[in-house]
Ligand binder design. Structure first.
Ligand SMILES: Cc1cc2nc3c(=O)[nH]c(=O)nc-3n(C[C@H](O)[C@H](O)[C@H](O)COP(=O)(O)OP(=O)(O)OC[C@H]3O[C@@H](n4cnc5c(N)ncnc54)[C@H](O)[C@@H]3O)c2cc1C
Length: 454
């Protein structure tokens, strides 16, 4: 099947049309357009050459729903590609406009609509940290945040993220109950606003890279806010560290928000840890409830661990948190130390003895140092993993992925911008039908959904 092509009309008509929208910020300066066209795609040596030259033709920064409606109508009438951007912290070129057109930067569309009784409704451009800054004094916090919580938007997290700090208690964004409703603007002949409520309805736009509607508002449940401590705990070996984390995560009486396990040499890349380490040590980064620290200390001693760092979790939006050494921040720090490092994103089988993991660790050794992030999936503790990979060639990277998959590890390949290969694995029929309905010309973030490309 051939790809459904989107005819792009001659520029610069589109910026001129957009400039007619009252009070809309329209950006055409090449340097600013270049900055607002890219994300963290460069973590992948495969995506870097594919995406580095991609640019929008124009970037707009709406602050009102009527501006957004006007932008959608212009894109639809002129058949111009439209790609939504939150803060641009995505990793796989998720918000990079492959076919130019309009980038809609939603970071200024950022009002909290309401916040009470364990739930919140916010405009898509609200920063996750800002929401927590406002909810904490009321006794609530977000159930899960990415390690980019200080800069990422709520809309970008829903459309591009998966989970993070908090997923060890609440699972991932796509799990039932973690998202109540989403308000979406369509790119139909006459753009419309749809309210999607309930699990099946919201799944249509969760982690869809903004290919099927502009998310305007998000309604999500919160969690009771706890006083959290952040600890870095070292262990003589990675397997002691992993067994400790698995035991801790299975201990119902100790509340954790993060259990991030790092094999040598990864801890040496993490700036707050460097000066505290002995050669070869593995480290577990923990966020745990202050009330549970005594019980945690006992368990750490059983596994011959030692607390290297102990601090109160900084207030939302403040720097210096150990969570900025976890999830994909680990990859960031490794690449700062040596850009030859890249990464994979995996789910290992739930197995307290880590049999598959031990086998793969023996296969790849120092080429693929392990980094685990424990999460809950339907009540079961699972070692998700973001192992580092010492990059040599694309063929070798694919060989490592194939070996992982052959051993039953689910790999969400971060070296592709295609939605199916990266995050969702399949775009099912209801999602495709939904895209046909809300974006019949395929204008939204074109090129990212393989099922649409044909
Ligand atoms: C160092 C580092 C660490 C990270 N850690 C994590 C982590 O712990 N967990 C995790 O899940 N991710 C992580 N990420 C990825 C990313 O930071 C998060 O997914 C973040 O939530 C994305 O938010 P954003 O506002 O930057 O979105 P963007 O990058 O701007 O957008 C992401 C995707 O969502 C779409 N989009 C954005 N807003 C809307 C909207 N309103 N309507 C429709 N589509 C929209 C965009 O088109 C794009 O496809 C990490 C990335 C980096 C670089």
């Amino acid at each position: 099947m051939t790809e459904k092509r989107v005819a792009t009309p001659a520029m610069p008509d589109i910026p001129q049309l957009l400039q007619l929208v009252p009070d809309l910020e329209v950006i055409v300066a090449p340097a600013q357009v270049a900055k607002l066209s890219l994300d963290y795609f460069h973590f992948s040596p495969i995506l870097e050459p594919q995406l580095r030259s991609k640019r929008a033709d124009v970037v707009v920064r709406p602050t009102t729903e009527s501006q957004l409606y006007a932008i959608a109508a212009i894109a639809r009438q002129t058949q111009t590609p439209l790609t939504v951007r939150g803060s641009g912290t995505g990793n796989y070129g998720q918000c990079i406009p492959l076919r130019g057109g309009i980038v809609v930067d939603l970071s200024g569309y950022d009002e909290i609509v309401w916040l009470h009784d364990g739930a919140a409704r916010v405009q898509a451009g609200v920063k996750l940290a800002e929401l927590e800054r406002q909810s904490r004094p009321m006794g609530w916090e977000l159930r899960m945040v990415p390690s980019t919580v200080r800069s990422a938007t709520v809309g970008g997290f829903i459309a591009g993220g998966s989970g993070g700090i908090g997923s060890v208690r609440y699972g991932q964004l796509r799990d039932r109950g973690n998202l109540h409703a989403v308000k979406v603007l369509t790119l139909e002949d006459e753009p419309r606003v749809l309210e999607l409520r309930g699990h099946d309805a919201v799944q249509q736009v969760v982690h869809a890279y903004g290919t099927n509607g502009i998310i305007l508002e998000v309604e999500l449940p919160l969690a009771p806010a706890l006083p959290w401590l952040e600890w870095a705990v070292c262990f003589p070996t990675f397997w002691q560290a992993a067994e400790f984390a698995h035991t801790l995560g299975s201990t119902d009486g100790i509340q954790t928000r993060l259990m991030s396990v790092h094999a040598d040499p990864i801890p040496t890349f993490l700036p707050p840890l460097r000066s505290h380490l002995l050669p070869g040590q593995a480290v577990v980064l923990l966020v745990l409830a202050a009330s549970d620290q005594e019980a945690a200390i006992d368990l750490i001693a059983q596994f011959q661990g030692q607390v290297l760092l102990n601090q109160e979790a900084p207030a939302p939006g403040k720097g210096g948190s150990l969570i900025e050494c976890s999830w994909n921040h680990t990859t960031l720090h490794a690449r700062t130390a040596d850009p030859a490092w890249t990464y994979l994103q995996c789910l290992f089988p739930a197995d307290p003895e880590f049999r598959v993991m031990r086998h793969l660790a023996a296969c790849f050794g120092a080429e693929v140092p392990l980094h685990l992030e424990f999460i809950r999936q339907n009540g079961t503790l699972i070692p998700a993993a973001i192992p580092l990979v010492r990059f040599t060639t694309g063929d070798r990277l694919n060989e490592i992925i194939a070996t992982y998959e052959a051993h039953g590890v689910l790999v969400a390949n971060p070296h592709t911008y295609l939605l199916e290969a990266g995050g969702m694995k399949t775009v099912d029929l209801p999602q495709l039908e939904f895209k046909r309905r809300v974006d019949p010309l395929g204008l939204m973030n074109p090129g990212k959904m393989a099922a649409w490309n044909g």
